[in-house]
Design a protein around this ligand. Sequence first.
Ligand code: ATP
Length: 330
Amino acid sequence: MTRRDGVGVTVRAPAKINVGLAVGAARADGFHELASVFLAVSLYDEVTATSARTLTVTCEGPDADKVPLDRTNLAAQAAELLANRHSFSPNVHLHIAKDIPVAGGMAGGSADAAAALLACNALWRLNTSYENLLALCAELGSDVPFSLIGGAAVGVGRGEKITKLPIGGEFHWVLALANGGLSTPIVFREFDRLVQGADIPPPVTSSPLIEALAAGDPTALADTLHNGLQPAALSLWPSLAATRAAGTEAGALASLVSGSGPTTAFLVEDAKAAAAVAAALTASGTCRMARVATAPALGARVLQAASGRQDPPPARRLPSQDRPHSDRRP
Ligand code: ATP
């Protein structure tokens, strides 16, 4: 793995699956009201931030060619947002070591945004409070706050208002990665098409699901997994039905499409069952690859801190609405 050892800050952030996703009607702003139960799983991206003359992004990993390297990259947007709040230019190089599938419904871009935010915060010695980091995450995207906190959490609103959940044990998963990605907005559009004319109740979080997580009970969790976006993902990617069938036949307790898909998550009894289901899925030829993972995983964490003194970039005055409020200047 290419790292700029010695001078950078490396942060690791996890992928998520939605073990529960209730989807409400589209709001006036185009977003849907959600009640989402997030679970962080042990599949990670790492973002290394190093001082540079300007903002640049590089990426390595199996899906690297699908990751934009310009300012549309969510990691770049995180660096820009943080620097703007402190009135300096985001002069940083961000290197993303990508293991989370791109457009896989596992919040890989959000993980990179949370990781970049933490990495730049450490590199620039800003000491932003956790509360303010969470607020910046919510500005960056619906799934970004959860990438920062990890573990298990309920997200309401468009998913960004989160509350941490207790989790009573380790859960074992197999993730079937698809050959390609699904665009989240297109999946929501398909959801709207499928429910057209129907009365959509406000989304609620399932109590039995929360109890199963708190108990650390995989059988109870298997009975309560649900994803309101699954019909839309299956409609756009019908062959996911074959993937699900292959995993179920191999002994998975339950399966569900992760978020907007097309990754399929299989809940299994233990590590032994995970290895068997992963092998069967690989042999079935119904997915690009199968990965085993455990949950809960920790949220974004600094792995390697800058060794030398990283002077903050020189201040650049910004329009007043972009000025920092409660955060300390470097
Ligand atoms: P979610 O589960 O949060 O809906 P996802 O996991 O399905 O998202 P991402 O991998 O986050 O999807 O990527 C969605 C799109 O965002 C990609 O197709 C890509 O064009 C763009 N993108 C921007 N920054 C990144 C990044 N750092 N990593 C991956 N994709 C990124």
